[in-house]
Design a protein around this ligand. Structure first.
Ligand code: NAD
Ligand code: UD1
Length: 355
């Protein structure tokens, strides 16, 4: 059992990881400013973990009766929000999800992205040093690889981000490498996610994008629900089996379990800087995903082929071999399960947590 700080834990990947960590017996303090989420996801996580008495004893502070989950509204950029969490010296490690993640928005608002993603990580690491806590798992992204020359993509592939969002992830990865070299006690994992999708099989927690989604999975779900007339398919002339883009879709619960495995390894082994892809190693085209979702939901998904989206690449598939070798982790859930669970979430929560 460890006491963990989870930044951005109310968000999509963070909330699912909180559930997996609770099921492993850990105690959690979550810090989130709700820029892209709200407290409801954590209330449901506590409920799924069988914890009782979720309440809000103070402004911007929630907890379960047994305090296994404490949620605080706060900003990862602000030392005044971070320092009290480390003051007692009881945090054993941090999982750092807090950040902004929309590629198109990052092109419009690079200052905001560098501020939250990079400055936010700098202040977190400063607070950790001050609190003598030197174990952190960071949410990196396969977006770092840009247009990779070869698939599957191994961790040694060149880092060539092609948009400001990717630049911020590359900058934080470098920052973490520098920090790892500065003190022998740092235990750091940089986890490069491929395409996280799906939801917990209960249908109680899932992805709740604010505004118009840009990623394919929530868009397909909304078409199946009848909230959108069709899915626009960005290009049918890619050099792939059916001409549509190929991605490595990973069930969010597989991803969540990957975090538990990485944390366990960091805590068990001597201090190190660990860099791992988290993906399935399987590629699926846009049309494969449409067909699988159609089967899972029982609804046909109308598609309209349009031009390639600027910045897209033909294929992105992980080489997940290092994660398997280092931590004995691999994905266990299929594309059919991804679609089944994503559809269960969408049907039960047609308007997300806000409904
Ligand atoms: P999300 O938006 O659902 O979760 C991020 C959480 O961080 C939200 O709850 C948000 O309110 C919070 N947050 C944002 N700014 C904050 C701040 N300044 N202080 C405190 N909290 C703040 O996104 P997600 O999909 O769960 O992604 C989690 C992490 O994984 C992000 O760092 C993202 O870049 C990375 N990632 C995501 C994907 C993906 O496809 N979802 C892929 C690769 C990497
Ligand atoms: C996008 C980001 C990437 C980020 C990832 C996860 C871009 C260029 N890349 O990756 O940096 O790490 O999300 O957040 O934005 N598609 C359609 N129609 C749609 C939407 C998508 O055909 O309406 C296709 C895309 O062309 C692609 C696939 O579906 O082939 C997956 O798209 P998406 O979910 O946006 O993820 P990525 O492009 O892999």
């Amino acid at each position: 059992m460890a006491n963990l700080l989870i930044t951005g834990g109310a968000g999509f990947i963070g909330s699912h990881t909180c559930l997996a960590l609770l099921q492993e017996g850990h105690h959690l303090v979550v810090l989130d400013n709700f820029a892209n989420s709200g407290p409801e996801a954590l209330r449901r996580v506590a409920e799924l973990a069988g914890l009782e008495g979720w309440n809000e004893p103070g402004d911007g502070f929630w907890s379960t009766a047994d305090q296994r989950v404490i949620l605080r509204r706060g900003d990862v950029r602000l030392r005044r929000d971070l320092d009290p969490l480390f003051a007692s010296g009881s945090i054993d490690g941090v999982l750092h999800f807090a950040g902004l993640k929309a590629v198109a928005e990052s092109i419009q608002q690079p200052l905001q992205y560098w501020d939250v993603n990079v400055n936010g990580t700098v202040s977190l690491l400063q607070a950790m040093e001050a609190g003598n806590c030197r174990t952190v798992v960071f949410s990196s992204s396969a977006t770092l690889y840009g247009h990779a020359e070869r698939v599957p993509i191994a961790e040694e592939a060149p880092i060539r981000p092609i948009n400001p969002y990717g630049q911020t992830k590359a900058a934080v990865e470098q920052l973490l490498a520098d920090v790892a070299g500065s003190h022998p006690d740092w235990r750091i994992a940089r986890l490069r996610y491929f395409n996280p999708v799906g939801a917990h099989p209960s249908g109680r927690i899932g992805e709740d994008p604010q505004g118009t989604p840009s990623n394919i999975f929530p868009l397909i779900s909304q078409v199946a629900m009848g909230h959108r007339p069709e899915l626009e398919v960005f290009g049918s002339d890619w050099p792939t089996s059916d001409g549509t883009g190929v991605r490595d879709y990973i069930h969010v619960m597989d991803l969540a379990e990957g975090h538990g495995a990485a944390l366990g390894l960091l805590l068990a082994e001597p201090p190190q800087l660990l860099t791992l892809n988290l993906g399935s190693g399987q590629g699926h085209s846009v049309l494969d995903l449409v067909n699988a979702f159609s089967t899972a939901s029982g609804w046909s998904i109308p598609v309209r082929i349009s031009a390639r989206r600027p910045g897209d690449s033909a294929m992105s598939i992980a080489d997940p071999g290092a994660a398997q070798r280092r931590m004995g982790w691999r994905t266990r859930r299929s594309l059919a399960e991804i679609c089944r669970d994503g559809w269960a979430w969408q049907q039960a929560n047609p308007r997300g947590y806000g409904a």
